[in-house]
Design a protein around this ligand. Structure first.
Ligand code: ZN
Length: 220
């Protein structure tokens, strides 16, 4: 029974991982959040993650992953690299190996807590060419983690097959629609809630929200 078990949630303070945090709280007995600090453009991201974890009463670990930025400079961490989308290749916000590393570290942390469940908000539906968001990658890594630590981890990906509209619907089902809308940070320009409205992350989030509100009858 999942209700008797513990889970570690990979948590950034954004819409997706906050929805996953609510999902995990409803699904498991005990939940631990882990946030990775890899020199994101905005320290605001870490602060938002701290606020949400504290508000939801979830123990929160912040792990320093500055190494990632050293290895793979990208537009999320470097202000001298523009955020752009290029036809046929991953956008400049792609961080090579990010989910490989994050999920591996989350599993190591989980084992210390005797937690075998790991929850991540990766999603193949709005797949913008990030290979380590694919379901096949997650399943493959799950096997590797189990072999590497002789443990029976289960990686959960509640958003894997949802589009943004459906992710808003899930937040609503979990009673977290307003909370996610107002308190999370998805925007590449570091603006909480509805964001700057201009960057690719804001546009994706807003499109999904508009579609969901329209489906509900425009009354949100
Ligand atoms: Zn934005």
């Amino acid at each position: 029974m999942l209700k008797d078990e513990k889970a570690v949630v990979v948590f950034s303070g954004g819409q997706d991982s906050t929805t996953c945090l609510f999902w995990a709280k409803q699904t498991f007995k005990e939940v631990i959040a882990v946030t990775f600090d890899y020199g994101q453009r905005h320290d605001a991201e870490i602060d938002v993650a701290k606020e949400i974890a504290a508000h939801l009463n979830v123990p929160h670990h912040i792990l320093n992953m500055g190494l990632l930025n050293q290895l793979a400079p990208n537009a999320l961490t470097r202000t001298d690299i523009a955020i752009e989308e290029r036809e046929g290749e991953p956008p400049s916000t792609f961080v090579e190996g990010r989910n490989l590393l994050f999920l591996s570290f989350a599993a190591i942390l989980g084992k210390q807590y005797d937690a075998r469940h790991i929850v991540t908000g990766v999603c193949e539906t709005d797949f913008s060419g990030y290979p380590d968001c694919r379901d096949s990658f997650v399943k493959s890594l799950n096997v590797t983690l189990n072999l590497s630590m002789d443990h029976e981890f289960v990686i959960h990906t509640p958003l894997m097959w949802l589009n943004k509209k459906e992710t808003w619907a899930l937040a609503d089902q979990l009673g977290a629609f307003e909370y996610v809308r107002e308190n999370t940070l998805t925007c590449y320009n570091g603006v909480k809630g509805s964001g700057c409205g201009e960057c690719p992350a804001c546009k994706l989030r807003q499109n999904g929200l508009d579609q969901y509100v329209e489906q509900k009858g425009g009354d949100v």
